[in-house]
Design a protein around this ligand. Structure first.
Ligand code: ADP
Length: 266
């Protein structure tokens, strides 16, 4: 899967990454779905151990253009895990209260505690993406944030958090299909807001902002992964694999009982 990792220090162009790529599962959807099912079982076993171990933290950051599939990924990949060990945080437009603080204030409060897997549905990266593209702050303000973010993530990793940052990469055409489907399917209409159509007009600006962001904030301690996301089954498979790999590397262990178990009479 290394081909999906943004090499730290390297400048990337999203055009070079194919949103329809399926190299990790060339046999297609049936095989992909089968592999996802077995990965989810593995993920569950690892999560139970991670939670019981209660020592380290895992943070999964999900970013992507509108309709890229952040909600679907959360449902399909993490839906079967023990909710006690999961913390999903969704970051929409900052509230008046949040705007009174620095932009990382609301983020830090939602980072996972020991034993938890935190999932960010959007994140601090909106503060160098939406904020930049919609001109909510001048360049002199948002351009300094790449450095803050790298330092902030460095602190989190130094303090025991593993960070997986995932950019769900969809094509302009696929976004059109998904927006149309939202418009024409009654049960999906609630998800369509005028802002989505406004942001679609800014696709080239968002692309440029993402390219800068991924290039400047993919670090050894917290690298970015560009996940081809035009095919939902492939996106789910890849995200599940990334999380599974990270947990396997951490190799969480059940704690040894603090008591002499054989001495406990039941
Ligand atoms: P989603 O599109 O993720 O399903 P919403 O429709 O509620 O959810 O959209 C959330 C909106 O909040 C997005 O347009 C996103 O760009 C915006 N947003 C998130 N964080 C910020 C931020 N820090 N500053 C400005 N806008 C933000």
């Amino acid at each position: 899967m290394d081909c999906y990792c943004v090499e730290p220090g390297k400048r990337i162009k999203l055009n070079d990454w194919d949103p329809q790529d399926k190299e990790f599962c060339p046999d297609g959807k049936d095989e992909g779905v089968r592999r996802l099912e077995s990965l989810k079982q593995k993920l569950y076993d690892l999560q139970v151990r991670f939670f019981a171990e209660n020592k380290r933290k895992l943070l999964v950051v999900l970013q992507g253009m509108d309709t890229a599939g952040k909600d679907g990924t959360i449902r399909n990949v993490f839906g079967g895990l023990d909710p006690q060990g999961i913390r999903v945080a969704t970051f929409g437009k900052p509230s008046t209260r949040e705007l009174k603080h620095d932009y990382l204030w609301r983020i830090h409060r939602q980072t996972p505690a020991k034993g938890q897997i935190g999932i960010f549905n959007r994140s601090h990266y909106e503060d160098v993406l939406a904020v930049r593209v919609r001109h909510l702050m001048p360049k002199s303000v948002w351009s300094k944030r790449f450095g803050h973010i790298n330092d902030f993530e460095r602190m989190l990793t130094d303090e025991g958090t593993t960070i997986i940052k995932i950019f769900l990469h969809i094509s302009f055409e696929e976004q059109r299909e998904r927006l149309l489907s939202r418009k024409n399917t009654p049960r999906k209409q609630w998800k369509l807001i005028p802002q989505d159509v406004e942001d679609r007009k800014l696709w080239p600006n968002y692309t440029e902002a993402y390219e800068d962001t991924l290039s400047q904030t993919s670090t050894r301690h917290a690298p970015w992964w560009v996940v081809p996301a035009d095919r939902k089954w492939y996106r789910n498979l890849l995200v599940a694999s990334l999380v599974c790999d990270a947990l396997q590397k951490l190799d969480p262990q059940y704690p040894t009982p603090a008591y002499d178990i054989s001495a406990i009479e039941i």
